[in-house]
Write a new protein. Structure first.
Length: 295
């Protein structure tokens, strides 16, 4: 949809300006209510864009957009767990978290665009690539299924970044070098998760425009969703099983595409059903006792 590039770009720049400049202007303190409000506004705008796609490109493309948006948005929740662990470990204040997420979102838009372009190009030229992507998703699903929620212990890259960020310019502000390390950690974390989520979206649609726009709309809401859910993330201790189920489903959809065609509407219903079941189960079942932080 080359004709849609200009209006889409203008819309994204306007939303970024509101989210990352006006809502984070000096002296303004973000609240949970404001974060939920802006998250809802972005979701409604994404819904409006889906309606625009339906009117210009058909219902099928609109369903692909919504499904891709939900896949990327749900898998981003696991990303938020890592961000929360990183920020807690480094004892970052809200303003510092906003600054890191500001650059993290801008980098995510750029790198995801490159990944989607590369993925769709490969799928067009080499049919067997879809089985490679399917295996990547299957491995990611198993890894996520076996992983324990990272709510307590400081591990892996998070520990490395924490140890590298011990230089503080004063009691409340990170030194420039440390801030750059945190931003780099956020970018690398998002890129790692994108290696799972991008093939998952491409299992639903091969249209690069639909894949890109659904990803960008999901990423746009990442910052506000983080601050909206920051105090509740620990309660969703079963959600990673649901995310593993979503990855497993799209892996099956991609690997079995030659023999079984799963309609997009069914895919959308299955993904929503998995999210609802494990989100409700997390809220009803008591979370496990927190694990003491380890050095």
């Amino acid at each position: 949809m080359p004709h849609a590039w200009l209006p889409f770009t203008v819309l994204i720049v306007a939303l970024l300006f509101v989210d990352l400049v006006l809502l984070q202007r000096p002296g303004r303190r973000s609240s949970v209510r404001a974060a939920w409000t802006w998250t809802l506004v972005l979701a409604l705008i994404a819904g409006g864009y889906a309606a625009f796609i339906a009117s210009t490109s058909g219902r099928q493309r609109a369903l692909e957009f919504v499904t891709g948006y939900l896949i990327e948005g749900s898998l981003s929740i696991d990303n938020l767990f890592v961000f929360l662990l990183l920020f807690r470990s480094l004892r970052l204040g809200q303003k510092q978290q906003q600054r890191v997420l500001f650059w993290g979102i801008l980098g995510a838009i750029f790198f995801r665009g490159l990944l989607i372009l590369a993925g769709t190009t490969l799928l067009e030229r080499f049919v067997w690539i879809q089985y490679v992507f399917g295996m990547i998703l299957a491995v990611a699903a198993i890894r996520l299924l076996l992983a324990k929620p990272a709510t307590g212990a400081v591990r892996g890259p998070v520990r490395w970044v924490r140890d590298c960020c011990l230089r503080w310019s004063d009691a409340t502000h990170l030194a420039l070098r440390s801030l750059l390390l945190v931003i780099l950690a956020v970018e690398v974390t998002d890129l790692i998760f994108a290696l799972d989520s991008i093939p998952a979206v491409l299992a639903v649609t091969r249209d690069p425009w639909i894949a890109f726009t659904s990803n960008i709309f999901a990423v746009l809401g990442l910052r506000s969703l983080y601050f909206a859910l920051a105090s509740m993330l620990d309660r969703f201790h079963l959600l990673h099983y649901g995310l593993a189920g979503i990855l497993g489903f799209v892996a099956f959809k991609m690997l079995a595409a030659r023999w079984i065609t799963v309609p997009v509407l069914w895919s959308l219903a299955i993904i929503v059903g998995i999210l609802v079941v494990f989100a409700v189960a997390s809220l009803l079942a008591p979370p496990p006792a927190p694990t003491p932080a380890q050095d």
